[in-house]
Write a protein that binds this ligand. Structure first.
Ligand SMILES: Cc1cc2nc3c(=O)[nH]c(=O)nc-3n(C[C@H](O)[C@H](O)[C@H](O)COP(=O)(O)OP(=O)(O)OC[C@H]3O[C@@H](n4cnc5c(N)ncnc54)[C@H](O)[C@@H]3O)c2cc1C
Length: 477
């Protein structure tokens, strides 16, 4: 079943459109599947330098494309090691291709660890388990549950791989919970010399500090040991608030609930609050509403607004004012994971938690002041501080604010207007999302940046695990 956390649902939307009498005029039945999954231009034939046809690669949203001249899919650690030892070109690892930044694209070797899949060594006493790096986040919930365990938190989708998620400090929301990287207890990787390295807080501790958020630049991660906890059920509550009321209550809600997030609607006087809290089995609701893909609703709304731009605020406010409170319950991993059918591009920065509300306020007023053409909701979340060298949450409790636009809309002008606001609040960009920072600016944001580079160089002295984007953000040549 398709369930989602942002509940401005289609029923509400159609109610709103009916009020405007425009639904039938625009043939609004929500955007078609064909549109949401249409191949990008870049998927049409591509050729390498010798004129041979090569299969292009594209990421989830379609904003990153490349034409790898070789694809490698090792079946074992020995094979992986020998592929790395024998390569005469650079390699980029790919997980599920869900990063928006240029971490993965390469015209040289693209390597997938697709054969490295599944859970092993579930330790019920320590509440830990091993997971092969290319396992999807969605792939562990059921098996852990059968063993009495669950992940402590999850991002808002579950179709990334563990290896990819850890590489960028992928996170969910909850001020008492760190990113996926913060739950890692041991890492096994094959470095740029083809050597298998085991690291944790006691063994190769410096490598461990670098490898927990590694951008795919230390080598190929094959296995991760993850700290889990006892299994739990969740109740999610979402409700629309007056914008000012919502902003005033944000820090209180953050502290009162296990998980709290906001969806801020540009050009609107409303904000959607979402909380998730642990419940007992007996508190499970008898049915869970199927809200559809909320972003699909916004895509439909965007079509109307494109033709009636001067009614933008009015349409969004009218839609928002009709949204009813909704509750969902279930096993945690069923409640955490959303389905995203509508492709979009995204920029996200993490700022010190205490600046969150002020920063969001400034972003919303800038969008209004500059009349930026965007209706896509912004996501506002909290993440606990950690000690991982390249984690955006390094030594500070953080608030992550994400700006999105539909994949077929220009995001560059919008992001360019907002990015300096994040800088003003000492923001660190999500490594897997769109930003414009290079090594000089990143070094200033990460106290352990040079230590990371030192360990990276030791792990990959021949700079095999690099591409142009990596060279830019880490300052490699
Ligand atoms: C719809 C959508 C929703 C999202 N929601 C969230 C969210 O809620 N929170 C959040 O923080 N982020 C979110 N993201 C971003 C996403 O979680 C990150 O970009 C994540 O890194 C993607 O994982 P992946 O498996 O797709 O890896 P990829 O994007 O394929 O790769 C990411 C990095 O990992 C490296 N890598 C992959 N596998 C390995 C390996 N085995 N060894 C070493 N390096 C490896 C790659 O080289 C690359 O540097 C979202 C993205 C999308 C498209």
């Amino acid at each position: 079943m398709k369930v989602n956390r942002l509940n401005l649902n289609r029923r509400t939307m159609l109610k709103t459109m009916t009020a405007f009498g425009v639904a039938s005029t625009f043939g609004l039945t929500a955007c078609s599947k064909e549109e949401s999954t249409a191949p990008t231009q870049a998927l049409k034939g591509a050729y390498d330098k010798d004129g041979n046809e090569v299969t292009p690669w594209t990421n989830w949203s379609g904003n990153q494309t490349s034409t790898p001249n070789e694809r490698l899919v090792p079946k074992s650690t020995d094979e992986l090691s020998s592929m790395i030892k024998n390569t005469n070109q650079r390699i980029r690892l790919v997980g599920a291709g869900h990063s928006f930044s240029g971490l993965v694209p390469t015209n040289e070797t693209l390597m997938s660890l697709a054969y490295f899949y599944g859970i092993s060594n579930i330790d019920k006493e320590k509440k830990q388990f091993d997971v092969a790096s290319n396992t999807f986040l969605a792939g562990v919930g059921e098996e852990l549950w059968q063993n009495g365990l669950s992940l402590e938190n999850m991002p808002d989708i579950n179709t990334q791989t563990f290896g990819g998620s850890i590489a960028t400090s992928t996170h969910g929301t909850g001020i008492n919970y760190g990113s996926m990287s913060s739950t890692v207890k041991n890492i096994v990787l094959v470095n740029g010399l083809g050597e298998e390295i085991n690291c944790n807080v006691d063994e190769n501790a410096e490598v461990f500090n670098a490898a927990r958020t590694n951008l795919g630049t230390l080598g190929a991660v094959t296995t991760l040991k993850i700290q889990a906890q006892d299994k739990y059920y969740l109740k999610e509550t979402s409700w629309m608030m007056d914008l000012e009321e919502g902003l005033a209550k944000t820090e209180q809600l953050r502290d009162e609930h296990r998980h709290f997030e906001l969806y801020a609607l540009p050009h609107a006087d409303y904000i959607l609050g979402i909380t998730l809290d642990k419940i007992e089995r007996k508190e499970l609701l008898s049915s869970t509403p199927n809200t559809g893909d909320a972003y699909e609703t916004f895509k439909t709304m965007s079509k109307v607004i494109d033709t009636l731009p001067y009614l933008r605020s009015f349409i969004i406010n009218t839609g928002a004012s009709t949204v009813e409170k909704e509750e969902r319950t279930g096993r945690n991993y069923e409640v955490f994971g959303n389905v995203r059918d509508i492709r979009f591009n995204e920029m996200e920065y993490s700022i010190p938690a205490e600046y969150g509300v002020a920063c969001l306020r400034e972003i919303l007023s800038t969008i209004k002041k500059l009349d930026i053409d965007v209706i896509f909701p912004m996501e506002y979340r909290y993440i606990k501080a950690d000690d991982i060298w390249l984690s955006p949450f390094y030594q500070r409790d953080s608030c992550a604010i994400s700006c999105h636009n539909f994949h077929d809309k220009d995001y560059k002008k919008y992001f360019a207007a907002i990015e300096p606001i994040f800088w003003k609040y000492d923001g660190r960009p999500h490594w897997g999302k769109i930003h414009t920072l290079a090594a000089k600016e990143q070094r200033a944001r990460y106290p352990m940046f040079d230590q990371f580079l030192k360990v990276r160089k030791a792990m990959d002295p021949k700079n095999i695990f690099t591409n142009e984007h990596i060279n830019k953000v880490l300052g490699l040549s």
